[in-house]
Design a protein around this ligand. Sequence first.
Ligand SMILES: CC(C)(COP(=O)(O)OP(=O)(O)OC[C@H]1O[C@@H](n2cnc3c(N)ncnc32)[C@H](O)[C@@H]1OP(=O)(O)O)[C@@H](O)C(=O)NCCC(=O)NCCS
Length: 168
Amino acid sequence: MTPADLVIRDAEAADLPAVRALLVETWHATYDGIYGWQRVAEITNAWHSLENLKAQLGRGEGVFLVALVGEEIVATASARQERDGAALLTRLYVLPNRQGVGIGRTLLQVALACFPEAPVARLEVESQNEPAITFYERMGFFLQRQARFDGRDDTPNTLLMAKRLFVA
Ligand SMILES: CC(C)(COP(=O)(O)OP(=O)(O)OC[C@H]1O[C@@H](n2cnc3c(N)ncnc32)[C@H](O)[C@@H]1OP(=O)(O)O)[C@@H](O)C(=O)NCCC(=O)NCCS
């Protein structure tokens, strides 16, 4: 059951060290078995540097949310609106020891609710990340197509998933 004291809000500058630590830990837990520890360390150090995360704060480019249980940041999500109006989920990570209790579902719902006019939601997921694919299917997403694969070992092989949203 989702923790009763779960709080979801916009990320703030003071959150960023904890968000970075969450992303590094969760990336290793999720992707080491696919890409190997070294490659994951390289990617997460580059993508999740404090500088990069800081540039994503605020609502200019989209939403950058954190979920807290008490004082602890247990999950983060980011999303933005695409040119065609679709809501694009760009990040959704729940700490490994907090997974499976409804936090991902709630955070995904809140992130998509930030785009009430969006007719559709989209995301990319690593094709070997089967737990996440199963989760997104439970959330109503369908596999749409292979997003990109150029045959190189170091290029993520991602799948595009989409979900039609209710627009009043
Ligand atoms: C994928 C992830 C975001 C899901 O969040 P979560 O908090 O663990 O999932 P929830 O507890 O909200 O689960 C919601 C539903 O999905 C199902 N689900 C979640 N994880 C699942 C898994 N590993 N295998 C099968 N079903 C799963 C749950 O059973 C639940 O279904 P229900 O309708 O029967 O209740 C989270 O596990 C995570 O951060 N994983 C590692 C990072 C990752 O892969 N992120 C996605 C990158 S694209």
